[in-house]
Design a protein. Structure first.
Length: 600
């Protein structure tokens, strides 16, 4: 067993580049023709790469194979130097790998492509950026830099004083090392008793009756119009069957077996002609707006803060997610639903993302491409939801971004002049902000932020490009410098403000509780998303999100009635206690069995 384990360890530790040449014959089938067919344009920094690509396209075997397109510290050099003389297979594979990375970063582009167009050509003109109402940043970089210098100086002085006095809430700085204790819970003991009492007062209800009651109140089914005529769906019960089948992950065939009102072909026809993304979004917006207007929702917040997090769903080995395996969630493939939840528990935005990607680029999609997101002032995210680029863009758009960073003591601060840092904090300082880089790219920064705010390009698409290869793109580097400034300011404020830490924990806990409700709802197909296409997977997730929002509305409404009954009984219902209840319970809802509907 020891010998077997040693052999496996050696295999896992091996350099993957030593094996990529085995894919050469697969690349060779199409690479020359593809490179001849594509009209690839490039920035000056990518000129050596395009020169190498032309050698492959024209199949010039006698030309020298240069490696100037590779970084100096690249692992490719060692393998290329070790290859046999005259064997150019690994070199060609290296060129194709670098072309992929250059397309992702924007160093090379295609003139008529949407996804791989010239990044700077895709941004709004500078005149439109300056006129954008969403931009709160000054038009001159010197004014912004002067403000940040003052804020950093004041913040460092406060943090240094707190460190010397031992007054950092739940933390300390000793010999340049930051130590943070876990935040203690601030939930009153009486809150748990009140929550149990209020949920005990809620009536038991079938999921079918619950959906009909909410539709009677809101009329969300009117959002599902006919794709051709634009007329609202007349078969209300059939439409609710389809929405329930999507939300519970049953599928139309199983729903047809579980209900006596419609057969499979009727449900399939309703799904084809009435269920589409815009209709689901309209229905969701109606439910969220109605829930936020209920008196009970006012105890949980004013709709100006939100949290976002990704939830993993297994997808089995079928369809477009068959190879998306994230070791964090086990050995099975899957996808994530990245959801934004307001402080009033409304899941106002959700989108499907691959299970293997970083969540951070998608934080801004829910804020900038959604009506409810435009009202948010403070956004919470978990460790996976932040990067320096996200810090930069949220700050430039006047969002207060508050991520909960798991390894915060290992993060370091950036200053304009590290030599002026207080002695007690110098162990936390790692580098200097490059002001010239920010000033030189300020017009393009304005254009990039205005483009995201206008919704011309999804923010996640731009941020993924910026993060893919920042070595070569100055705009990405400039945004990273701004993000380092904002991250430094955030860390200082986080360490000094225990209330901020509690707000972030409360917001993110709402998201975790929301995940638990969705896990309880996806009862069909063992909780697996088995749709083969991205469109089918999208409808499944969107339907689940809509069903969760409908339950949240019903719970909010009836919890309000339970509070009224509790007050009549002379029991304590103070606002301080009511803030600790959530409308995410489901024990009183019958989710399984035969789905019967009241004919109205």
């Amino acid at each position: 067993m020891v010998a077997t384990a040693a052999e496996l360890t050696d295999t896992m530790a091996a350099d993957a580049l030593a094996h990529v040449v085995h894919g050469y014959h697969r690349f060779r089938r199409y690479a020359p023709r593809m490179l001849r067919a594509l009209n690839i344009c490039c920035a000056p920094v990518a000129a050596p790469l395009i020169k190498a690509a032309r050698l492959i396209a024209n199949d010039k075997a006698g030309e020298p194979r240069e490696t100037t397109f590779l970084r100096r510290a690249s692992k490719w050099h060692r393998h290329l130097n070790a290859q046999e003389y005259g064997d150019n297979r690994l070199w060609e594979v290296a060129v194709l790998f670098q072309i992929r990375e250059a397309f992702r970063s924007g160093d090379i582009w295609l003139p008529h492509s949407r996804r791989y167009a010239d990044l700077k050509q895709a941004l709004v003109p500078i005149e439109a950026a300056k006129a954008s109402p969403r931009l709160t940043m000054p038009l001159e970089p010197e004014a912004w830099l002067a403000d940040r210098k003052i804020r950093l100086q004041e913040g460092l002085e406060k943090l240094a004083k707190a460190a010397r006095d031992g007054a950092i809430p739940g933390g300390s700085i000793e010999n340049g090392v930051l130590k943070i204790d876990r935040l203690t819970s601030a939930v009153p003991v009486e809150a748990e008793t009140m929550v149990l009492d209020l949920y005990g007062r809620l009536p038991a209800v079938r999921i079918t009756d619950l959906m009909q009651e909410v539709d009677d109140d809101i009329g969300f089914t009117e959002a599902f119009t006919h794709l051709r005529t634009g007329v609202p769906c007349k078969d209300r019960i059939g439409l609710l069957n389809v929405l329930l089948a999507e939300g519970l992950n049953l599928g139309l065939s199983k729903m047809a077996e579980a209900t006596s009102s419609h057969d499979y072909f009727q449900l399939s026809r309703l799904s084809r002609w009435h269920i589409e993304s815009d209709a689901i979004n309209r229905a969701l917006a109606m439910v969220i707006k109605a829930q936020a207007a209920l008196p009970m929702a006012q105890f949980w917040g004013g709709g100006i803060t939100a949290s976002s997090d990704g939830q993993f769903f297994p997808a089995t080995r079928h369809g477009e997610a068959m190879n998306l395996i994230n070791a964090k969630y086990g050995s099975e493939p899957g996808l994530k639903a990245y959801t934004h939840i307001s402080d009033q528990f409304g899941p106002f935005a959700t989108q499907n993302i691959p299970a293997t990607v970083n969540e951070a680029p998608y934080v801004l999609d829910g804020l900038l491409m959604n009506e409810v997101g435009g009202k948010i002032k403070e956004q919470y995210a978990d460790t996976g939801g932040f990067t320096d680029h996200v810090f930069a863009v949220t700050a430039l758009l006047a969002y207060r971004f508050i991520p909960r960073i798991r390894d915060l003591p290992s993060k370091r601060l950036y200053l304009f002049d590290p030599a002026t840092a207080p002695k007690v904090l110098r162990g936390l300082i790692v580098g200097k902000v490059r002001e010239k880089l920010i000033v030189g790219n300020w017009p393009d920064i304005l254009r990039a932020v205005a483009t995201m705010a206008a919704g011309i390009i999804p923010p996640s698409q731009l941020l993924r490009k910026f993060a893919s290869y920042p070595r070569q793109h100055e705009l990405a580097l400039a945004l990273r410098e701004i993000g380092r400034i904002e991250r430094t300011l955030f860390i200082i404020n986080w360490l000094l403000d225990a209330d901020m830490q509690r707000r972030a924990n409360i917001g993110l806990n709402k998201g975790e509780a929301h995940h638990a409700l969705k896990n309880a709802l996806r009862i069909g197909r063992q909780g697996e998303i088995r749709d083969r296409t991205a469109e089918g997977q999208h409808y499944r997730m969107a339907g689940l999100n809509l069903l969760a929002a409908i339950i949240i509305y019903w719970n909010t409404k009836h919890l309000g009635q339970a509070v009224t009954a509790r007050k009549r009984a002379g029991l304590d219902c103070s606002p301080v206690l009511l803030t600790h209840i959530s409308p995410l319970g489901w024990a009183h809802i019958l989710l399984t069995g035969e789905y019967r509907w009241k004919n109205r």
